[in-house]
Design a protein around this ligand. Structure first.
Ligand code: GDP
Ligand code: IMO
Ligand code: MG
Length: 433
């Protein structure tokens, strides 16, 4: 079986945990989009891994890990990650493969991300400042792009970097005030770093599309790991408060060169509530003691940036949209344990949009002007007090928690087959439908 795991909200749904669990029965785990803006947490016993670029199958020693074409790779972050997990006894020799066509995030991308965000003031997107947008922009612009395969020809790369850095220095000097933009970027310094990356990465760089198609022919089981979430998708999310890639399941085929027809099951990951980091409309946001309760109990602080996550109720309008556009087969519902202790829990069932037409809709308007006008209409359900972190069986969950899940299934039209009741592998309930 080949699975694709994808976030259905604004990221941080618990994809890392779900991928790590499913990787037990996979030969290959594939990261197909995004970059080090992602932070995927895997908890194994007492060890916690915060992964940014390495696929979350990495902690399972027999799994091959692939980083494909549409991932933007920050070589510095990836090296750090490889060294960090090596210290925990995990080696990647012979089982990590990076696409020669994956674009490289270099220092000037991170600088540009930061300068642009600072210059936007209160209108900033709230990016992770990992250089993601500028790198994808260079990819689309083509002439100033550097790909991992370019590390194979250092002389050519040196010349390319001179041209790119010259251009960037001119643009940054012209656009950004001098106090923010003190030091010109040095092409030589970036080249020296690239030279050291070449030594480290060349053994890992291959044509990952060929590798994956051969693996499919050989009957290997492949797990595709999404980053971010559907509502952060560049084309289908809440633009411009999105990331710069197709982070919904629609980005999977283009991201790795494997058509969706080879995927047997798309598993959508959600939390039992909603979180968002960065700016943008969020109809079910609870900027109050409920949101704080969820933030405290769920430890809702960014894995990548440490920022407090905005918290709110489960939004069935948003999730149903993600289910529809992503052809999602089943839901993994994480953090059910976090809601324990609330007297009542709410699910948003539709939006009232207070415009000239006074619409009521169950279709998520990705247009943010409309979304900003949306008022969440809720179904209120009784909560539960019991600690459920040791529950192993759906039938043993408090009846109100079971009812909450049934509502989600009714509203989204698909089954909840995996339920998270804590961060550990063992704190997971599986349901067969
Ligand atoms: P990802 O980006 O989708 O992989 O999610 P993150 O790793 O950024 O954030 C999810 C957080 O929730 C991590 O700290 C996980 O260890 C934790 N987590 C995952 N599932 C559960 C769960 O069911 N209950 C609780 N309490 N924590 C969970
Ligand atoms: P994972 O894979 C949550 C958000 C940022 C910002 C917007 C644009 O861990 O779920 P970017 O740096 O991509 O240009 O930022 O997207 N964002 C995420 N939010 N989880 C993520 O990844 C995210 N990756 C990007 O906070 O709002
Ligand atoms: Mg995350």
């Amino acid at each position: 079986m080949n699975y694709c795991v994808v976030g259905l909200q604004w990221g941080d749904e618990g994809k890392g945990k779900v991928v790590d669990i499913l990787a037990e029965h996979s030969d290959i785990v594939v990261r197909y989009s995004g970059g080090s803006n992602a932070g995927h947490t895997v908890v194994v016993g007492d060890s916690k891994f915060a992964l940014h670029l390495l696929p979350s199958g990495v902690v399972r020693p027999n799994v091959n890990c692939i980083i494909t074409n549409a991932v933007v790779v920050d070589p510095e972050v990836l090296l750090n990650e490889i060294e960090t997990i090596a210290k925990k006894g995990i080696t990647l020799k012979g089982r990590l493969f990076i696409s020669e066509n994956a674009h490289a995030v270099l220092d000037y991308h991170k600088r540009e991300d930061q300068l642009r965000e600072e210059s936007l003031g209160k209108n900033k997107i709230g990016t992770t400042i990992r250089g993601i947008g500028p790198c994808y922009a260079d990819k689309a612009g083509r002439s100033h792009a550097v790909r991992m395969g370019d590390l194979r020809n250092l002389q050519q790369l040196k010349e390319k970097l001179q041209t790119i850095v010259n251009y960037k220095n001119k643009v940054f000097t012209a656009v950004y005030p001098a106090q923010r933009w003190a030091e010109p970027i040095s092409a030589d310094a970036i080249f020296e770093k690239c030279k050291s990356y070449a030594d480290k990465f060349l053994p890992f760089i291959i044509d990952t599309t060929e590798f994956l198609h051969n693996s499919i022919k050989d009957g290997k089981s492949i797990l595709f790991e999404g980053a971010q979430g559907t509502l952060l998708d560049l084309d289908h999310g809440t633009f411009p408060y999105v990331t710069s890639s197709n982070s919904s399941s629609l980005g999977m085929s283009a991201g790795c060169g494997v058509p969706a027809k080879y995927v047997d099951k798309f598993i959508g990951v959600v939390k039992a509530y909603t979180t968002r980091v960065g700016a943008g409309p969020f109809p079910t946001e609870q900027d109050n003691e409920i949101g704080q309760y969820i933030r405290d109990r769920g430890h809702e602080y960014g894995t990548t940036t440490g920022r407090p996550r905005r918290c709110g109720w489960f939004d069935a309008v948003a999730v149903s949209y993600s289910v529809r556009i992503g052809a999602i087969d089943e839901i993994a519902l994480m953090h059910l344990d976090t809601l324990a202790g609330l007297k009542e829990v709410k699910i948003c069932t539709q939006y009232a949009i207070r415009n000239t037409h006074n619409e009521v809709t169950t279709w998520f308007p990705a247009n943010i002007n409309k979304l900003a006008q949306a008022e969440a209409v809720y179904e209120t359900l009784p909560g539960w007090d019991e600690d459920i972190t040791d529950v192993k069986d759906f039938q043993k969950l408090p009846p109100n928690a079971q009812k909450f899940i049934s509502w989600i299934e009714k509203l989204t039209g698909i089954a909840v087959t995996i339920i998270g009741v804590g961060p550990k592998r063992s704190q997971t309930i599986f349901r067969i439908h």
